[in-house]
Write a protein of this length. Structure first.
Ligand code: NAP
Length: 300
């Protein structure tokens, strides 16, 4: 399988990249999309040494910049004829204050959702060329809401509500893509929302303020956390299972409990077609990208 992982330099993305790289006799090819060349190269070095897989490459892209996303899309197309999997994972977590991107958006909204909305739409053609059943796995969580009147959170900001808003947006996007592909015969792509059941001991621990770090360390002793490798072990079958299995999960919001994937009920608002359309149109307007708009036309 050839899998592109956004945010593969740390946390859950790195865990998935590492487990995939080391499994099935190192047959899988991993593309890590990341913002820092230094961290990207160091990650490749580390994963090559631990997995003996030499099919790991980088695509540089800072998701706070739509111009970078456009460049990355071109670069991926120039280097790859197909993709089997896409892990929509990169995300900002804790932040002490609201940061506006150079595109004028809230950074959580842009990094965790919008830039990856644009990336996904532009990589569907490569996923359609997969001979193994292209799939997009969205790293999502339950809850949250879209702040329709203040999506960029200028009036009221909080890093947690920013993260959760992006999660709902990703789940709505996942459902919309699933419905389009199911309603169009001959399509073999699947779109799955996955929520990790236990908190992953990710790079977030290095970013959060000291009191939160102390609390997390205490919770770790009680087994509240799992390692990035454990996370990778849980998630990797979603990228390697065959097309038939993957298609059965398409459109579902799942987690891993009692040693199996189980479905989680979605809030009804996620399935609301009018709201999905509204979000879709706002997202396209914000992307301000001709190619993305053209691709999106087939989904109307
Ligand atoms: N940890 C959990 O238990 C948990 C649970 C549920 C959901 N999640 C979600 O999982 C995702 C990953 O979180 P994590 O906990 O694994 O966090 P993490 O260790 O901080 O990893 C985040 C990844 O996203 C990348 N990233 C951040 N900003 C970026 C940007 N502007 N451009 C490109 N890449 C960027 C980071 O790159 P750098 O290495 O350069 O920082 C890193 O590789 C997030 O969406 C989070 O909300 C996490």
């Amino acid at each position: 399988m050839k899998v592109l992982v956004t945010g593969g330099t740390n946390g859950m993305g790195k865990g998935v990249a590492k487990v995939l790289a080391g499994s099935d006799n190192q047959i899988h090819e991993i593309i890590i999309l990341c913002r820092s060349e230094e961290r990207g190269k160091a990650t490749i070095k580390e994963l090559e040494a631990s997995t003996k897989n030499n099919k790991i490459s980088l695509i540089l892209c800072d998701l706070t910049k739509l111009s970078d996303v456009q460049k990355a899309i071109k670069e991926i197309h120039s280097q790859h004829d197909f993709l089997d999997g896409l892990f929509i994972n990169a995300g900002l977590g804790y932040a002490p204050e609201r940061v506006e991107t150079e595109d004028g958006m809230d950074s959580h909204f842009q990094v965790n959702y919008l830039s990856q909305f644009m990336l996904t739409l532009n990589l569907l053609d490569l996923l359609e060329k997969s001979e193994n059943g292209g799939r997009v796995i969205f790293n999502v969580t339950e809850g949250g809401e879209i702040f329709w009147d203040d999506m960029q959170m200028k009036k009221k900001w909080g890093y947690e509500s920013g993260i959760h808003q992006a999660m709902v947006a990703k789940r709505m996007f996942c459902d919309r893509l699933h419905n389009y592909y199911r309603n169009n015969e001959g399509s073999g792509l699947s779109f799955i929302g996955f929520q990790i059941a236990k908190t992953v001991w990710s790079n977030q621990i290095n970013i959060i303020p000291l009191p939160m770090k102390i609390m997390a360390t205490v919770m770790k002793i009680f087994g509240t956390f799992i390692s990035i490798e454990e996370c990778g072990m849980i998630m990797s079958p979603l990228f390697t299972e065959n097309q038939e299995e993957s298609l059965k999960r398409s459109g579902k919001f799942i987690t891993w409990k009692k040693n199996k994937f189980t479905e989680i009920a979605q809030d009804n608002s996620v399935y609301d077609k009018k709201m999905q359309d509204k979000l879709w149109n706002i997202s396209l307007d914000l992307c301000k990208d001709k190619k993305t708009t053209q691709i999106a036309e087939k989904f109307i």
